[in-house]
Design a protein. Structure first.
Length: 328
C-alpha cells in the first residue's frame, strides 16, 4: 500500500544495549565503555589547545560520574537511544550501531543498498554498512519497551562526521561542488532503482573528511512499483506513484496543503533545499546553480525536473568554471 506512511513495524525501537553486548563481541565489535569515553576526551584535549576544563564536557562528566565502573557501557547522551558508538575490534575503526525492527522498511532499504550489485555502484553514496546482525529470539530483558522484542536487528555502520566542511582542513570550491555532486548522484541512483529517500536534508548527510559524502537515516525511505516519470522526455506526470508524506525535514508546498505528491518529486524538492541551505551555511556563492535550484523548488511538483535531469543541469552549470576559481 503506497499511501500507508506508518505501521507498527516502522516504529523506532529502544533496546537494552547491555543485553546484546556479547552478541556484538562475537561478531567482532566493541561497544563504548566509561573508560573508552574518558580516554577519547583526554586524547581530544591533548591534541588541541583548549583553554577550558575537560570537566565542563558533558560526555566526560557522564563517563566519570562517581560509582560508574570502567567496563560499564557508556551511552553518548547526544545520540538517540536507538544508536550506540563503538569500534571494530580488528582495527579499532569507529562505528555506530543502529537498532531497527527486523521487518521495518528501513532495514529492507539499507540491506538492498548495501548488497551487491547496488553496493558497488559508484553513484551509490549510502553510509558504508559493515554488518547487519539479527538478534537471537530469546534474549531476556532486551527492550526497555516494545511489543516486538523478538524482531530486532542491528545495522553496523562506519562512523562519519556531520561537519561537512572540516574545521581544521583547507576546503575549496571544487571540493564543495563535489559534495553536492555526491548528494545528487545518490538520489539519482535511488530513483533509478525505484527507491525514494523521503527525508533528504543536511542533517542526514555525513562525510569521512577524505572527499566522500554519504546519506544516512532511511527510516522514511521506501521502494515503489514504478520508477519516476521523466516529464522532460515525454512522460505523463499523472501516471506517477503518489504518496501522502508529512514527517520529513523538508516538506514541499503540496504536502503542506494536504495534497498527495510524487515521492521522487518530493526528494527533488528536498534536495533543492539542501543545496540552497548548504550554500548559505558554508558561505559559498555559486550563481550558476541558481537556475538549477529554482527548477527543483517549483511549487507544482509535476513541473519539477527528475533527479537525473538535475544532475545533468548541475554538471552543465559548473562545466566552464575556471581552474583558479575551483581551487579557491
Amino acid at each position: 500500500d503506497e499511501d500507508e506512511d506508518e505501521d507498527e513495524y516502522n516504529l523506532r525501537v529502544v533496546p537494552h544495549w547491555q543485553a546484546y553486548r556479547h552478541l556484538f563481541e562475537s561478531h567482532g565489535y566493541h561497544l563504548d565503555t566509561c573508560k573508552d569515553v574518558r580516554q577519547f576526551y583526554l586524547r581530544y584535549w591533548e591534541n588541541r589547545n583548549i583553554q577550558r576544563s575537560i570537566q565542563s564536557c558533558a560526555g566526560y562528566k557522564s563517563a566519570s560520574r562517581e560509582g560508574r565502573d570502567d567496563n560499564e557501557l557508556c551511552k553518548d547522551e547526544g545520540l538517540p537511544e536507538r544508536l550506540f558508538r563503538g569500534k571494530r575490534l580488528s582495527d579499532d575503526l569507529p562505528i555506530v550501531i543502529k537498532a531497527v525492527n527486523r521487518r521495518s522498511r528501513e532495514l529492507e532499504v539499507i540491506t538492498a543498498l548495501s548488497t551487491p550489485p547496488l553496493r558497488d555502484d559508484p553513484m551509490n553514496h549510502c553510509i558504508p554498512v559493515l554488518d547487519i546482525i539479527h538478534a537471537p529470539l530469546d534474549v531476556p530483558h532486551a527492550f526497555s519497551y516494545s511489543p516486538y522484542q523478538n524482531q530486532l536487528s542491528f545495522i553496523v555502520m562506519e562512523e562519519w562526521s556531520s561537519q561537512l566542511i572540516p574545521p581544521e582542513q583547507p576546503h575549496t570550491l571544487r571540493s564543495y561542488l563535489n559534495s553536492l555532486r555526491h548528494c545528487i548522484q545518490h538520489i539519482v541512483f535511488m530513483h533509478t532503482h525505484r527507491f525514494a529517500h523521503l527525508d533528504v536534508s543536511v542533517r542526514n548527510l555525513l562525510t569521512d573528511y577524505d572527499g566522500r559524502y554519504a546519506y544516512i537515516d532511511y527510516e522514511m525511505s521506501r521502494r515503489f512499483c514504478r520508477p519516476p516519470v521523466e516529464v522532460g522526455e515525454g512522460g505523463d506526470p499523472r501516471s506517477s506513484v503518489l504518496i501522502h508524506q508529512l514527517k520529513a525535514a523538508e516538506v514541499p508546498p503540496e504536502v503542506e496543503k494536504g495534497h498527495p505528491t510524487s515521492p521522487y518529486a518530493m526528494d527533488v524538492w528536498a534536495l533543492g533545499m539542501l543545496i540552497s541551505k548548504a550554500g548559505i551555511s558554508t558561505g559559498y556563492d555559486v550563481p550558476e546553480l541558481c537556475s538549477v535550484i529554482k527548477g527543483m523548488l517549483e511549487p507544482q511538483w509535476e513541473r519539477r525536473p527528475s533527479a537525473k535531469m538535475v544532475l545533468r543541469r548541475f554538471e552543465e552549470a559548473i562545466l566552464y568554471m575556471s581552474r583558479e576559481r575551483l581551487n579557491s
